[in-house]
Each structure stands twice: as C-alpha cells, then as structure tokens.
Design a protein around this ligand. Structure first.
Ligand SMILES: [Mg+2]
Length: 283
C-alpha cells in the first residue's frame, strides 16, 4: 500500500459523505479544501453521479461556500468524455442512455450525441436503427423505459462500443434505495451480450484520467473518500494513496474491519483530522 505523500500536488475529494451530505456541507470540509488550495496543491472533486453537469456542481458547491471551477469537477460523465477523447479518437456519434445532464455534457464536448429517448422511431419494435452509432454511453436514466433500453441494446448489437459511466447497482435517496446505473447497464449487457467498459469508481479509469489531465504522478496524489467499495478500491487500483473519512457511509467499526483493496492508507474521523494527516494548517 502506498504511503501518504508528504507534500501532495493533487488532492481528489469524493463529494457525498466527504464534502457534503445532501445539501449540508460537512463541518470542516470547507476549511480543509481551503488549506489544500493554500498549500498550492490542485483540487479535484470526483463523483460517480452521471446525471448533472459540472456547472451544476460548481453552483451546488458555491451555495456551500466553496469556490470551484468547472474543470475541478469530475463526474462519471465528464470522465467518460475525457476517456473517449484520450483513448477513442474515432468515436464521434454517441447514443446516450442517461439524464439530461449527461446529454448536455456530451454535446458541450462536441460529440454528435443523441439520447435514446429521441433516437429511432417512436414506435420502435425491435427493428434495426436507421443509423449506426460509434458508441453507446449508459448511466442513470431516471426516466428509463422499455423502448430506451431496447434502442440502446440494439445500437450495441449493431456494433457501437459500450461504455458505462458507473456501475452502482443501487442509488440511495433520502427516501430509500432506487435502481442505480448498474441495474440499467446489467439489462443492456444481458440484452446485447456485450459487457461495457466502466469508467466510474471502483474502476480506476476516472482517477487515471485525472492524473493524465493534471499531469500529476500517482505517488504525489491523495484521494479522500468515505466509501471503501467505490473510493478506496478505485484508489488502490489506480495506485493512489487514500484517506478514509468517517463522515459518510463508513463508521469506525466498519473501517477497522476493511482489508485488501478496501483498505485506506489512513483513516480520519473528520476533515480536521484529515488536514492533520496531510500536514496542513487550518485557518
Ligand atoms: Mg461518497
């Protein structure tokens, strides 16, 4: 396991459970972020959520007193855009199965993007689509229906490369658990017989992309997360040291029982303790 770098160049924050819970900032998180900036390190915020644009996260953070730039935000959708740009330059036409924010990100990035809702005839009945797509990108579509699933699976069967923004099977909401992107992707994989390349955590592609974009070495970077199954597994797979903060989905008892890919380099009760681990002075 990597040691915590003493003078990190890059600190990647998970959002929910690390910076905020719902609409409430976590006590001390704003100070920790300020201290990272003051130390001259780059900050990135990495979320598996595919449904909102980076600008929407800038606004959400601004309301909590955190000044962030759009290029500091990495969603599983923006990471998928970055992956396609860097590794799949032949992809131009994209069929998206996701929320409107996903479609907006792909169009803003210059892709010829069509949502599954608007692709194909409205009375689609299983026939081949009139036009092929270079890629299908699937995430969480809260309006998913039988037709959209069929259209996306048909495009994959016709030869489109299949990417998933993330594979979280469950999506927790304040009122309970609803199907996550992984549940939708499982349906597409079962129907098409093709497994997707998954970009979001726990796969390492999102963090690997951030290292590429920032030109920071893994050995000079730190990930701060609350979810061992997502943040810590992805950190370990990307070879980046991690701090598990106990302000989200993991308590001290669960943290003590973690092993293998789910272990953090260090554990902090809260942002203030994380700052101390990073050798940062809080103002
Ligand atoms: Mg989290």
């Amino acid at each position: 396991m990597a040691a915590l770098p003493s003078d990190p160049r890059l600190v990647i924050f998970d959002l929910d459970g690390v910076v905020y819970r719902g609409t409430q900032p976590i006590a001390g998180a704003v100070d920790l972020i300020e201290a990272v900036h003051a130390a001259g390190a780059l900050v990135r915020y990495a979320t598996n959520n595919s449904m909102h644009t980076r600008e929407e996260y800038v606004e959400r953070l601004r309301r909590m007193g955190i000044r962030a730039a759009a290029d500091e935000i990495v969603t599983s959708t923006s990471a998928t855009v970055d992956h396609l740009r860097s590794h799949c330059p032949d992809v131009r036409t994209v069929l998206t199965l996701g929320a409107p924010g996903m479609l907006a990100e792909f169009r803003a990035a210059g892709y010829e993007a069509t949502s599954a809702a608007e692709a194909g005839p409205q009375d689609w009945n299983g026939a081949d689509l009139p036009q092929p797509f270079d890629a299908v990108v699937a995430g969480l579509d809260p309006r998913v229906d039988y037709r959209r699933l069929g259209i996306a699976a048909s495009a994959i069967r016709a030869g489109a490369r299949f990417f998933a923004t993330n594979a979280d099977v469950q999506y927790p909401t304040p009122d309970g658990v609803v199907p996550g992107a992984g549940a939708i992707i499982a349906a597409l994989a079962a129907t098409s017989g093709v497994e997707p390349l998954v970009i979001g955590k726990p796969q390492p592609a999102m963090f690997a992309g951030i290292l590429e974009q920032t030109a920071c070495a893994a050995s000079a970077s730190i990930i701060i997360g609350d979810n061992p199954d997502a943040d810590l597994v992805a950190a370990n797979r990307a070879g980046i040291a991690s701090v598990l903060v106990l302000t989200g989905v993991t308590d001290a008892e669960a943290a003590a029982a973690l092993d293998g890919e789910r272990r953090a380099t260090a554990v902090a009760n809260d942002p203030a303790q994380a700052a101390a681990l990073l050798g940062l002075a809080l103002s």
